[in-house]
Ligand binder design. Structure first.
Ligand code: ASP
Ligand code: MG
Length: 457
């Protein structure tokens, strides 16, 4: 029977009320499913913190597993009335926690953790959630089974911290492993390298893991349950009357996520585009009607009369500026800089150049490292190297943005009317995005001004 892949995030696992709702959702589907689950809310951050402390703190191992156990036990006792099922679930959880404790203990003893070990430690949040949810499902009369990425053969390219699924190696095995008509519960966030090492798909990567599995099994859709009302025309914390976006194309969803929309991991649609599997977004606090998604992301490219579908922002980018009177005409500078950044494992998000300045857009967290790396190269044409980290990006996304005149003009006018200075802008790099760099102190006003121009007039 064709399967639906259903993903629940950490923010769906915060309270017993939400867990009740998850159970109800799964019952409402009334068909075999593949459920992919994230760690409990905050657990991955907790593990990141434990990893940082572990080399100098022998007690962290005990404290971490105690914390994680306490986080689960209340709900297990509450939901699972069958003593045998309860003790089986608890002992599976304890098994995982014992492993985790040994790894953290090992880090304390050696004072060191490899990238492989870090990825492995961080994967326990998801593994615990999967065992937990499977216990709850079984207690509610649902026929379910836990499977881990390593047993279903979700193989990756082996890059720690930022892996991609290898579909040539994964598809058949994953599909055959998940062919029974029941509910599979699978931890998201990681796959396994060819040499059997845990490799994470990056922070927030459970969405991508779910998408990868959906592709392998040829799912009818990937359903992502959130705690918000689908994709909106902007962040409801910033604007008063955001409008629901009912339909997005794969590319629009990817660009929105890239430029800061927290609702989806930016790489989620990658595995789904070729096989044309739709993503459907639901709200766990909503109707729980599994046939009425709030937003559908598919290959359909719709152009709205107002063109712009959503205004998003990110505070997570910064600029590395290479200044010198002739940098724009001097060959070879970019080649040297990009090679050095690449070798340092730093990703470049965009490059905007002029005759006297090369501006490299990077993740803010990489700025200092990028500065050090580029400072170390011999670049005679560059007089000054500078970092700007007090910037934000505000982006308007929608099919038709670069094919229609006047959109950028309206954005510039809206910003200027509110006295906002645009530091830099870019249209046309992608046919569906126009983005603006502003001072972070102007970010909220910028989002509001653009949203007002396109949605509140
Ligand atoms: N738990 C992981 C994270 O916090 C993956 C996810 O939630 O998607 O990044
Ligand atoms: Mg997430």
């Amino acid at each position: 029977m064709p399967k639906i892949v259903v993903k629940f995030g950490g923010s769906n696992l915060r309270s017993q009320e939400e867990i009740h709702r998850i159970v109800q959702v799964v019952k409402n589907y009334n068909q075999p499913l593949i459920v992919v689950v994230s760690a409990f809310y905050g657990v991955t951050n907790y593990l990141v913190d434990a990893l940082e402390k572990a080399p100098h703190d022998e007690e962290i191992a005990n404290r971490t597993v105690q914390y994680l156990f306490d986080l689960k036990i209340g709900s297990l006792n509450y939901f699972i009335k069958d003593a045998t099922l309860l003790s089986r679930t608890i002992s599976l959880i304890r098994e995982q926690l014992d492993e985790l404790k040994n790894y953290l203990h090992g880090i304390a003893l050696t004072g060191d953790a490899s990238k492989a070990l870090e990825d492995h430690v961080l994967s326990y949040g998801e593994k615990l959630s999967a065992i937990f949810l499977n216990g709850i499902f079984s207690s509610q009369g649902l026929e379910s089974k836990v499977s881990f990425p390593e047993t279903i053969g979700l193989i990756t390219d082996g890059e720690f911290g930022n892996a991609s699924a290898d579909f040539h190696l994964s598809t058949n095995h994953v599909r055959e492993s998940l062919n029974e008509d029941l509910i599979y519960v699978i931890p998201g966030f990681y796959g396994i390298s060819q040499d059997q090492k845990t490799t994470l798909f990056g922070r927030g990567g459970s969405d991508y893991a779910a998408a990868a599995i959906a592709r392998c099994v040829g799912a009818t859709s990937l359903d992502i349950w959130k705690d918000v009302n689908g994709f909106l025309s902007s962040d409801p914390k910033l604007v008063d009357n955001p409008v629901l976006i009912e339909k997005l194309s794969y590319n629009e969803a990817a660009e929105l996520a890239y430029f800061g929309a927290k609702i989806l991991h930016p790489r989620t649609v990658e595995p789904l585009t070729d096989p044309r599997i739709s993503v459907r977004i639901f709200n766990i606090y909503g109707e729980l009607d599994v046939s009425s998604p709030l937003t559908i992301i598919s290959r359909e490219k719709s152009v709205l009369s107002g063109i712009v579908k959503s205004v998003t922002y990110s505070d997570e980018f910064g600029l590395l500026k290479l200044k010198g009177p002739g940098v724009g005409l001097k060959p070879g500078i970019l080649a040297k800089v990009t090679t050095a950044l690449h070798l340092a494992g730093i990703n470049i998000s965009s490059v905007l150049t002029s005759q006297i300045s090369i501006n490299i857009l990077l993740a803010k967290k990489d700025l200092q490292n990028a500065y050090a790396v580029v400072s170390a190269i011999e670049l005679s044409a560059v007089g000054k190297l500078q970092i700007e980290d007090d910037i934000s990006i505000v982006a308007a996304v929608g099919h038709g943005i670069t094919d229609n005149y006047g959109i950028a003009a309206r954005i510039f006018t809206a910003l200027a009317t509110d006295g906002i200075n645009v530091l830099m802008s870019c249209s046309g790099a992608s046919p569906i995005v126009s983005y603006y760099l502003v001072q972070t102190s102007d970010r909220t006003a910028s989002v509001r001004a653009i949203h007002q121009e396109f949605f509140e007039k």
